[in-house]
Design a protein around this ligand. Structure first.
Ligand code: BEZ
Length: 211
């Protein structure tokens, strides 16, 4: 069965371009973004891994480690990395898992046989420090992901993990947020001293509490 939000992210051991890892040990107390790509030496994947390398500092600022996976072997990953560096004018700075035995792909249900029997789809798992799955996302091979959107989602996940708020459509870090329905307006006035904008009894905005 596929993994769902709130499930424990499965642990595994794997060879990567930065050495052998035990996933939980590698994760430590950080958040993680584990993402699969269909295959090495493919155009969209080359742009995705380069973009992630360019944004590594932005993920690190949020205490998020990034790690990629495909069912190619380590020798293939190592031959591909110079292309990623050259095309994106970057130095690869995060591990790519060599999953030729499909262990990780199977644990995380990253092969969708009706899309492709042989390769992983573009899955993303954001995992919290409690090792639980906070976000899943699946794109087809033909569509590259938006890594700025993933940073935006992580901002929301981390904010809403700490405050009783939710983020509205198209929210960006710094915008007003929504008080969750479980908090009464009387309690919200105490919890959110920056003030409430009550648009409907169930739609109450407040300035972002951690800014
Ligand atoms: C790509 O990464 O460019 C790609 C991979 C598999 C199918 C289509 C595109």
């Amino acid at each position: 069965m596929s993994l769902r939000l709130g499930d424990l992210a499965p642990n595994f051991e794997a060879d990567t371009t930065q050495g052998r890892i035990n996933f939980y040990d590698w994760l430590g107390d950080s958040w993680a973004m584990l993402f699969s790509h269909p295959a090495d030496f493919t155009p969209v994947c080359t742009t995705e891994l380069g973009k992630t390398a360019l944004l590594k500092g932005d993920f690190a600022k949020r205490n998020v480690k990034v790690i990629a996976v495909s069912v190619d072997d380590l020798e293939s990953h190592n031959r591909w990395v110079p292309d990623i560096n050259e095309v994106n004018n970057v130095e690869m700075n995060f591990p790519i898992i060599a999953d030729s035995d499909r262990n990780v792909a199977t644990l995380y249900d990253m092969i969708h046989p009706n899309a492709s029997e042989k390769t992983t789809v573009r899955s993303v798992f954001v995992i919290g420090p409690d090792k639980k799955i906070k976000l899943t996302l699946t794109y087809p091979a033909s569509t590259g992901r938006n890594f700025l959107e993933l940073l935006r989602v992580i901002d929301s996940l981390q904010l809403t993990a700490n405050y009783q708020v939710a983020t509205p459509a198209d929210w960006q870090d710094g915008d007003d947020v929504i008080v969750v329905p479980a908090v009464s307006t009387a309690d919200a006035e105490v919890k959110f001293p920056k003030g409430l904008n009550i648009v409907k009894p169930y739609l109450r905005y407040t300035p972002q509490p951690n800014k």
